[in-house]
Write a protein that binds this ligand. Structure first.
Ligand code: SF4
Ligand code: SF4
Length: 471
């Protein structure tokens, strides 16, 4: 292409950009935001991050060992995750998991801003999908604004299919949530035959309503006014956090580029494309703001503009405050805050791995009776009373044989037959241990209770206790 052809193309691009520039305004909360969609690296990244939510929709249908791979079985108070069954007794691991994710959120935010908000948050992702559907039915942002200002009969006719699909999507979201708590495959038949418990229908209805209102109607207002995390971001940022930033030195003084006039302007040509694509409707050129969810779509938009007018990309780019002020940016692993977060995350993860690796299938607790500590029988033998609590952590009923050892001549009474323990339940058994009086050498002697499944001897547990006799 010759220089004059290139100039003509640039002029054409400038004409197109300025023709629509007046259409894009900063969000004042007065009207619905209809953000423009442009392609680019970060838009692509956003599609990939959005697609991680497919796990939410498809996860409940995964099978493992003949049952749902991941199931929150509330009635039986069990959580199945592939081959592992977690009971309420193990929920200390849940605390560690929550700690892990909280710190992960903090470390990511301290490093690269609100990555969760911009790429993974359900509000952002659902709004993105809902507005895509809107665009399919109602056209470009300009067409939608025109439609919003048109007669209600036209609005009703054009908008109705979109609202129906939104409601359907909201209902699917609710049903997918419920599917994690029951058999996902069986749920759909039960749903339509009205066989699910009322709480399931209420949950689906609540999810459908909130999804429809939040993603369809409130959109960025949720981020501005309802989400507490937006308020917390200031605490997590520091001067080394990289964020989508407008390069003031390069961009200012901004101004429209006129043909045939050479003005001493910066690289920002005031096309408002960065405002046009912003899902929260802010202007990144005004500096960091609470409304910025760091989705980086303005970077894509500005890069596309720079490509069109033959200027280098990066007028808006990921930049830290230090970099902006000409200070060196340390490598991420050299930042003390990141290192401390990483250590906490590693410890939490190690705790979870240890917990999962040491999950026993049978748990035994032995409680020694205190009142009285022992009873002397007529034949001179000493008797102690214990309450055994047997927790079956398997998915099958277990039949447990109980024995005791540790003292010469010790015998057990009260459990002649194996004890039946239903899956996920605790069985409580009272037993009596007896020792001939002449065999006792001291007041407190260690004894060991052993429980073993008669169905599967590999399922066993042994717990130390004490046998008490006279001084
Ligand atoms: S920052 Fe880029 S996209 Fe925004 S107005 Fe300036 S040139 Fe246009
Ligand atoms: S200013 Fe840029 S990074 Fe921030 S929300 Fe708007 S488009 Fe996303």
């Amino acid at each position: 292409m010759t220089d004059s052809q290139t100039d003509q193309t640039i002029d054409q691009h400038l004409d197109d950009l300025y023709e629509e520039a007046g259409h894009w305004h900063i969000n004042t909360g007065q009207e619905t935001i209809h953000a423009k969609r442009v392609g680019g690296r970060f838009r692509q990244l956003k599609w990939w991050s959005n697609s991680t939510w497919l796990i939410f929709f498809l996860g409940p249908y995964l099978r493992w060992d003949g049952r749902q791979a991941v199931l929150f079985d509330i009635p039986n108070r069990q959580y199945h995750m592939f081959g592992v069954t977690v009971l309420p007794q193990h929920f200390w691991m849940l605390s560690l998991l929550l700690l892990f994710f909280a710190i992960l959120l903090a470390v990511v935010t301290a490093t690269a801003g609100r990555v969760w908000c911009g790429y993974f948050c359900f509000q952002t992702v659902w709004t993105d999908i809902f507005t895509l559907i809107e665009e399919k039915f109602e056209g470009s942002p300009q067409a939608r604004r025109k439609l919003d200002a048109g007669p209600w009969s036209t609005r009703l006719r054009v908008k109705l299919p979109k609202h129906l699909i939104w409601i359907l999507l909201g209902t699917l979201t609710g049903a997918s949530f419920v599917a994690w708590f029951t058999d996902g495959w069986a749920m759909w038949g039960q749903l339509f035959r009205l066989e699910l418990p009322p709480v399931a229908y209420v949950t689906i209805a609540v999810f459908a309503a909130f999804t429809y209102v939040f993603a369809g109607h409130m959109r960025e207002q949720v981020c501005f006014w309802l989400c507490p995390y937006a308020r917390l971001q200031g605490v997590m940022y520091d001067s080394e956090t990289i964020l989508p930033t407008y390069d003031i030195k390069r961009g200012e003084p901004r101004g429209r580029v006129r043909k045939d006039t050479v003005a001493d302007l910066g690289d920002c040509i005031e096309c408002n494309q960065c405002v046009a694509v912003c899902p929260t409707g802010i202007d990144i050129r005004e500096g960091q703001q609470e409304g910025c969810i760091t989705c980086a779509l303005c970077i894509d938009a500005c890069n596309a503009v720079m490509d069109k007018i033959n200027r280098p990309r990066g007028l808006i780019r990921y930049l830290s405050l230090d970099e902006e002020q000409g200070e060196p940016q340390p490598a991420v692993w050299r930042r003390p805050r990141v290192v401390i977060y990483a250590v906490i995350m590693t410890l939490a993860l190690a705790g979870i791995v240890y917990g999962l690796g040491n999950l026993s299938t049978l748990e035994l607790n032995v409680l020694h009776e205190r009142q009285p500590l022992f009873v002397q029988q007529r034949d001179g033998s000493i008797q102690n009373k214990y309450t055994l609590k047997l927790l079956n952590k398997t998915g099958e009923e277990l039949h447990i044989a109980v024995s005791v050892s540790g003292l010469s001549g010790i015998e057990l009474a009260g459990v002649d037959e194996p004890v039946a323990v239903p899956p996920g339940r605790v069985a409580s058994v009272v037993v009596f241990a007896r020792v001939p009086g002449d065999r006792l050498r001291k007041a407190y002697s260690p004894v060991t209770f052993k429980v073993v499944s008669v169905d599967d001897p590999a399922i066993a547990q042994a717990v130390e206790s004490v046998f008490v006799g006279p001084d």
